[in-house]
Design a protein around this ligand. Structure first.
Ligand code: A3P
Length: 379
C-alpha cells in the first residue's frame, strides 16, 4: 500500500527503476531511525546508572558526616535504583510502582540496620539496665559480652551522665543511646556511678525500676589494677605503698585515696540501698568472669529477664591474652579479645603490703558478703 501510494503521489509517471530507488531510500531511512531510537534509549539509562555507581564508590571513602547526608541513594539496592531510575525517566510513577519501590527500600534499610552498629529502626530510649561499677572490676568484659545478645543494645562509650554530665539533662542522655525495639533492653556502663554519692538518687529519679549490675573484684587486686592503669598514663606518680598508707608502719590506710576507697564496697552499697531494693542489683564476680564467663553471663541474662542465648559456645580462652575472648563479637564475625588496657601486667607489690591491705578490707568484705548473701572468697 505504502509503495503504491508513494509511487502514485511522488512520482506519478516515472519508470520502474526510479520507483525502486525511492522505495529502497525510504526503507533505509526507516531502518536508520529504528537504530537511532534503540541507541538513544539505552544511552539515557545505562551511562547514568554507571555514573551513580561510580559516585557511590567515592562516597565510601568520605567522612562519616558527609556519608550520612549523601549516601541515601547508595543505600538503595541496585534493583531498587533501577526501579527508581525507570520511574523518573519514563515519568510514569503510578501508585503501585511507588509502593513497590518503598517496600524494596524498607527491606534494604532493615537488612542494613541489622548489620550495622547504629540501626535505623526502633527508638532511642533511656536505659533499663546500667553497669554501675566497679572500676577495674571487669565492666568492659560484661558489657561486650552481654551486648552480643540480640535483645540487648548498648552504648559503647561511657557517658558519665549521672556523675559528670547530669546538668545536660535526660534528653541529652537519651540522645546518646542506640535505637532499640520495644522488646530490646538499652544499656550503658559507667563504673564511677557506684562511688558517686548522687548517682543512686539521680538514677531512681529516672526510673525506680532500673536494673543495676555491679562487677566486683577482690578490692586489693582491684586497687593494684587501678594504680597500674594510672601509672601507665602518669609515670611520675608516687609508689603504690606511698599512696595507700597514711602511716605504713602503723598500718593506717589512706581511705581518701580513690584506689582504696572504691574497694570499700559495703559503704557504697548502703547508699544505693536507700533508693533501690537489693533484688534490683546484680553482682558479678570479677574473678569468675575470667574463669567461667558463660556461667557469669548466664546469671546476668537471668537477672535481665533474657533468654539464655550467650553460652560457653561464644567464648574461647586466648592463651596469649590470658583471658577469655569472644568468638563472634556484636560488631564483627571475627573472634575478638578486649583491648590492651584490659588485662595489663600489674605492678609488683610487696607481699607484706598486700597482707596489710587484706587485713584492712576484711571487715568491709564480710559485711558486704552478709548484705548481698554471697561469699566472694577474697580473704
Ligand atoms: P586488669 O587489667 O587489672 O587485669 P574494667 O573493664 O572494669 O576496667 O576492668 C578491667 C579488668 O577486666 C581487667 O583488669 C581484667 O582483669 C578484667 N577482665 C575480665 N574479663 C576479661 C577479659 N575477658 N579480657 C580482659 N580483661 C578481662
Amino acid at each position: 500500500m505504502a509503495y503504491r501510494f508513494l509511487s502514485s503521489r511522488i512520482v506519478p509517471s516515472s519508470n520502474r527503476l526510479s520507483r525502486r530507488i525511492i522505495f529502497i531510500f525510504t526503507i533505509s531511512l526507516c531502518f536508520m531511525y529504528l537504530c537511532y531510537s534503540i541507541l538513544f534509549c539505552s544511552g539515557t539509562i545505562m551511562p547514568n546508572q554507571r555514573l551513580e555507581d561510580h559516585r557511590c564508590v567515592h562516597l565510601k571513602n568520605m567522612g562519616s558526616k558527609k556519608l550520612l547526608q549523601k549516601s541515601h541513594y547508595c543505600t538503595i539496592s541496585a534493583k531498587a535504583r533501577v526501579i527508581s531510575d525507570e520511574t523518573r525517566a519514563v515519568g510514569l510513577l503510578n501508585q503501585s510502582k511507588h509502593s513497590a519501590f518503598q517496600k524494596t527500600q524498607d527491606v534494604v534499610d532493615h537488612k542494613q540496620s541489622n548489620n550495622s552498629n547504629s540501626p535505623k529502626y526502633g527508638n532511642k530510649k533511656l536505659p533499663n539496665a546500667l553497669i554501675v561499677g566497679v572500676k577495674k572490676g571487669g565492666t568492659r568484659a560484661v558489657l561486650e559480652f552481654i551486648r552480643i545478645h540480640p535483645d540487648v543494645r548498648a552504648l559503647g562509650t561511657e557517658p558519665h551522665f549521672f556523675d559528670r554530665n547530669y546538668d545536660k539533662g535526660l534528653d541529652w542522655y537519651r540522645g546518646l543511646m542506640p535505637r532499640t525495639l520495644d522488646s530490646q533492653i538499652t544499656m550503658e556502663k559507667t563504673p564511677s556511678y557506684f562511688v558517686t554519692r548522687e548517682a543512686p538518687r539521680r538514677i531512681s529519679n529516672m526510673s525506680r525500676e532500673t536494673k543495676l549490675i555491679v562487677v566486683v573484684r577482690n578490692p586489693v587486686t582491684r586497687a593494684i589494677s587501678d594504680y597500674t592503669q594510672t601509672l601507665s598514663k602518669k609515670p611520675d606518680i608516687p609508689s603504690f605503698e606511698e599512696l595507700a598508707f597514711k602511716n605504713r608502719s602503723q598500718g593506717i590506710v589512706d581511705t581518701s585515696w580513690n584506689a582504696i576507697r572504691i574497694g570499700m564496697y559495703i559503704l557504697h552499697l548502703e547508699n544505693w540501698l536507700q533508693y533501690f531494693r537489693l533484688s534490683q542489683i546484680h553482682f558479678v564476680s570479677g574473678e569468675r568472669l575470667i574463669t567461667d564467663p558463660a556461667g557469669e553471663l548466664g546469671r546476668v541474662q537471668d537477672f535481665l529477664g533474657l533468654k539464655r542465648i550467650i553460652t560457653d559456645k561464644h567464648f574461647y580462652f586466648n592463651r596469649t591474652k590470658g583471658f577469655p575472648c569472644l568468638k563472634k563479637p556484636e560488631s564483627s564475625s571475627q573472634p575478638r579479645c578486649l583491648g590492651k588496657s584490659k588485662g595489663r601486667t600489674h605492678v609488683q607489690i610487696d607481699q607484706e603490703v598486700i597482707e596489710q591491705l587484706r587485713e584492712f578490707y576484711r571487715p568491709f568484705n564480710v559485711k558486704f558478703y552478709e548484705m548481698v548473701g554471697h561469699d566472694f572468697r577474697w580473704d
